[in-house]
Design a protein around this ligand. Structure first.
Ligand code: CDP
Ligand code: MG
Length: 140
């Protein structure tokens, strides 16, 4: 096992319902450290570029509109096996399939408005972190 960093986003459905602290507690309880964090409002262009990998999927337009609709909290989580660990804490994409106790089981409203994003692999984690944070903002 190695220390990793992963990119997390608390999505607009969760910031709107004032759930940032409750979600952060789930990360910290799982041993993930929030080593960088900021609250921003994405433009449609920024959301579109972030989710470019899904550009051909039927939900892409709706997803980008949702992500640009209200503020999000972007964050870097650090810990042992942080990428996989974060995916476990998040739960399945569709909250109906998410394991009890996971963020999506407890907080997500639907498969689209599902409270959190998490990187899925080391290469995407590095790209996604660099999309939102400069080296100077990552002090460990
Ligand atoms: O976020 P995650 O990696 O679990 O799922 P994804 O397959 O990478 O999809 C990215 C995001 O697109 C999801 O988190 C949902 O917000 C959205 N999505 C959707 O609206 N409808 C689907 N059928 C699948 C994903
Ligand atoms: Mg994904």
């Amino acid at each position: 096992m190695a220390t990793q960093r992963t990119l997390s986003i608390i999505k607009p459905d969760a910031t709107r319902r004032n759930l940032t602290g409750k979600i952060n507690a789930k990360f910290e309880d799982a041993g993930l450290r929030i080593v960088a964090q900021k609250r921003i409002k994405l433009t449609m262009e920024q959301a579109g570029k972030f989710y470019e990998v899904h550009a051909e999927r039927p939900f892409y337009g709706e997803l980008c509109e949702f992500m640009a609709s209200e503020p999000v909290v972007v964050q870097v989580l650090e810990g042992e096996d942080a990428i996989l660990k974060n995916r476990e804490v998040m739960g399945a994409t569709n909250p109906a399939d998410a394991a009890p106790g996971t963020i999506r089981a407890e907080f997500a409203e639907s498969v689209g408005e599902n409270s959190v994003h998490g990187s899925d692999a080391p290469d995407t984690a590095a790209e996604e972190i660099a999309y939102f944070f400069s080296g100077l903002e990552l002090v460990g």
